[in-house]
Design a protein around this ligand. Sequence first.
Ligand code: NAP
Length: 251
Amino acid sequence: MEPNLLVLGGTLEATRLCRALAGAGLRGTVSMAGRVARPADQALPLRIGGFGGAEGLATYLRAQRITHVIDATHPFAAQMSANAVAACRAVDVPLIALTRAPWGETADDHWTRVPGMAGAVAALGGAPRRVMLAVGRMHLPDFAVQPQHFYLLRLVDPPEARLDFPDHHVVVDRGPFGLEGDLALLRDHAIDLVVSKNSGGTGAFAKIAAARELGLPVIMIDRPSIPARHETHEVEEVLRWLDHAGTDLGV
Ligand SMILES: NC(=O)c1ccc[n+]([C@@H]2O[C@H](COP(=O)([O-])OP(=O)(O)OC[C@H]3O[C@@H](n4cnc5c(N)ncnc54)[C@H](OP(=O)(O)O)[C@@H]3O)[C@@H](O)[C@H]2O)c1
């Protein structure tokens, strides 16, 4: 049967993967949640919006005759990833996850690791700081209970509503980001603390490297747990898996 892939996307890695899949002559669709106003161009046809939970995804897989699912979502998109595991199991469609290795702390880093967003909010208790808050737009309201800080926010789209931070600055930009730019950003805003998800990968690492270079502390939010699934960090491994899973790639 000719493969008909579903890529769960919304990341730089998914965009790169779609390019490789299209380059290998494979047919498929990439899916995004619809969180950003202008998604990056994709090499596969794009569908946007939720499926309606694991059940909705299972229905979609059947209706669209999807042969393989590749979960290339962000490591913090735990709900989508759990739904993919459940739906693929329910309708017996093979699943692989293209993930990024988490960032590791080196001797030059000063990290406080916290288990989740609530841990990061709690860790911000105390005297006013100048904080780069890199947690994504959806989680900003959680931090309104710590209004004493200056917050530097970098968002893909300008905020639609007023943000609940008395003292903040928004930079509208999308990755990948570079070390020189992030060093300048942290210096220009006199940042003395960075709060970040442990996203892994290269596109968002510059702020962590910049914090390292400036000797700044980082509150690093550990990844949420996701049910076990076949997982790789390599696009080439996804292509090999597809080959073994019965598609005719010739790789
Ligand atoms: N979380 C982050 O830090 C982060 C950072 C960069 C990019 N992203 C990207 O942004 C998207 C949303 O992330 P999230 O953390 O909000 O996800 P999430 O909490 O795991 O997902 C919540 C719901 O959003 C829908 N959804 C999520 N990803 C989707 C996709 N690729 N295609 C279709 N529907 C999707 C699903 O709705 P239904 O249940 O209705 O199917 C899902 O149950 C993901 O595609 C992710 O790759 C997330």
